[in-house]
Design a protein around this ligand. Structure first.
Ligand code: MG
Length: 283
């Protein structure tokens, strides 16, 4: 396996049943690493086929991201009700799906798994808080047996709330996938300040952009934008990552657009990151 450079550009893409439906496009971007997302309805028996195809493509998978059937990101209340491990009706099924995602990650040689665990109640005596905390401990322990980290996707809570949760879970392979756009889309705080607070827990990052939610509407989410067109400030994000000593990949994420727009936006995002990195390089 090739050695990646510090802050090497990568891409998040969603797995298809047949790797040939998406992998040639990903390799055409010229990246050497990626995060692969697994939607809840994907039959994970495709893991061996994916492992072969990734080897042939010489593409390293750094993280496998889990999404679950029934999740809906329409607005804040819908996210609270449907995402991650919070909905009780699907909690056990999603826990078992996460173990299968960890097995998939092991099959493709990824060092970590990640997911949105949902909007965890802030009250540490709340039964949902306690059950989700214990569930996260079990997922960490399952992943640890496969030498994997488990990253919580950031954005749905403030940095201090997330820090308290991580300390309470108390597992050494638990960390975060820091997504600066989510903090803006959910209105949970300035992402660069949050990155400073959460620095030592950052396992991986998403390079995604977006606008703040409209003022006066507590249920609305902000709108995702192509990288460089939202409120993140990509240059200051990269500068802060250097400051905190982050060495992992810069994985570009773009959601909510059709395939051809996705390809165009990823191409543009790669160019943007490369130009920022070139300008930041010492003379
Ligand atoms: Mg993300």
């Amino acid at each position: 396996m090739q050695t990646l450079n510090a802050r090497e550009t990568g891409v998040l893409f969603w797995a298809t049943a047949d790797p040939s439906e998406i992998l040639p496009t990903v390799t055409s971007f010229g990246v050497r690493c990626a995060q692969i997302g697994l939607r809840g309805d994907l039959d994970l028996s495709v893991a061996p086929a994916w492992n072969r195809a990734l080897g042939d493509a010489n593409l390293a998978i750094t993280t496998v991201c889990a999404a679950y059937n029934g999740e809906d990101y329409a607005d804040v209340p819908t996210v609270q009700q449907t995402v991650g491990f919070i909905p009780r009706a699907t909690r056990a099924a999603r826990e078992h799906r996460t173990y299968a995602v960890s097995d998939f990650a092991a099959a493709v040689g990824a060092g970590g798994i990640a997911t949105h665990i949902g909007v965890v109640p802030h009250d540490p005596q709340n039964p949902d808080y306690l059950e989700v905390r214990d569930l996260v401990r079990r997922v960490c322990d399952y992943a640890a047996k496969r030498n994997q980290t488990f990253a919580l996707e950031t954005g749905q809570e403030t940095a201090p709330v997330l820090l308290d949760f991580i300390r309470d879970v108390n597992r050494s392979n638990l960390g975060i996938n820091f997504d600066p756009a989510n903090m803006i889309l959910y209105g949970t705080g300035d992402p660069i300040d949050a990155l400073g607070l959460l620095a030592k827990h950052v396992l991986s990052v998403h390079c995604k952009d977006g606008d703040w939610p409209p003022k006066g509407d507590a249920s609305a989410l902000g709108r995702e934008q192509p990288l460089g067109s939202g409120a993140v400030g990509v240059a200051r994000f990269l500068k802060k990552l250097v400051e905190i000593g982050y060495q992992g990949p810069l994985t570009i994420e773009r959601e909510g657009v059709d395939r051809s727009q996705w390809e165009q936006d990823i191409h543009n995002a790669i160019r943007l990151l490369e130009s920022i990195k070139a300008n930041a390089a010492p003379a």
